[in-house]
Design a protein around this ligand. Structure first.
Ligand SMILES: [Fe+2]
Length: 251
């Protein structure tokens, strides 16, 4: 795949070295600035769940049969002007540079970007129940990446959306599940129903949960990519259900 996204490599390197800084780059002649959504991620997790982490997070991960390797969570790339972006090929294979960014940060978000014309009407449109943290793909499926998008040229999706998408790391869902009194389950789970339902989510968003709000102004394209092996996601009916978001599953 002929990708122009190799610029992301340097952005990833810069933000791993200085997570609270802003990295800059350009794609297709348009400048962007990039930031991490949540820095000091491990400390924020251990602060929130101190009562459920007897040693360190690594020992809880071993006990849970999970891995955790996100120094920071979420990479947000915001373009100065609207830009058409090619993220995957005709076989639905995701760009390697995007994959690397997702591996390091769990989630990759582009703001003020939209998919090229031939990709815009692919896939499906979904809306899931409120706060059902889940995986989109089973472990037997090869296309483990989910791409969610808001098409700025679509009559419905050009508007900001009422419901947001919440994304969290597997180990956080495990710890939250323990906190809610559910029996611990080894390994990655495909669904945690009603997780965080009785929590004040404002204390989690920005520290243990990343929120992709879909509230950029009318006519703004937004794209969010995750790896279902590393994170769980849920709809959050922040101000209402809103419209279904575009979804693709990529290899
Ligand atoms: Fe989903």
């Amino acid at each position: 795949m002929d990708t122009k996204l190799h610029i992301l490599k340097q952005t990833v390197t810069n933000l791993l070295a200085a997570p609270k800084s802003m990295a800059t780059g350009h794609y297709s002649g348009v400048n962007y600035h990039a930031t991490t959504a949540i820095s000091d991620f491990e400390r924020k997790i251990t602060d929130h769940y101190a009562d459920f982490i007897p040693g360190d997070l690594a020992s809880v991960c071993r006990q849970a049969g999970m891995t955790f390797d996100f120094p920071s969570f979420g990479l947000i790339v915001e373009f100065e002007k609207p830009v058409e972006i090619t993220l995957y090929d005709d076989e639905h294979v995701l760009d390697e540079n995007a994959k690397e960014a997702i591996t390091r940060f769990g989630t990759l978000i582009f703001r003020n970007a939209y998919l090229a014309g031939k990709f815009r009407n692919q896939g499906q449109r979904n809306i899931f129940p409120d706060l059902h943290f889940h995986l989109d793909r089973g472990s037997n499926q090869d296309n483990q990446y989910s791409l969610f998008c808001r098409d700025p040229f679509d009559a419905v999706q050009k508007h900001p959306r009422q419901s947001s998408t919440l994304i969290t790391a597997n180990i956080i869902a495990y710890l939250q599940s323990l906190k809610e009194g559910r029996p611990p389950k080894q390994g990655q789970q495909s669904l945690y129903e009603d997780l965080f339902k009785n929590e004040d989510l404002s204390t989690h968003i920005g520290s243990t949960i990343l929120e992709q709000a879909w509230t950029a102004p009318e006519g703004t394209g937004e794209i969010c990519l995750i790896d279902n092996r590393l994170v769980l996601h849920a709809s959050y009916y922040r101000t209402g259900q809103g419209y279904p978001i575009g979804v693709r599953y990529l290899f």
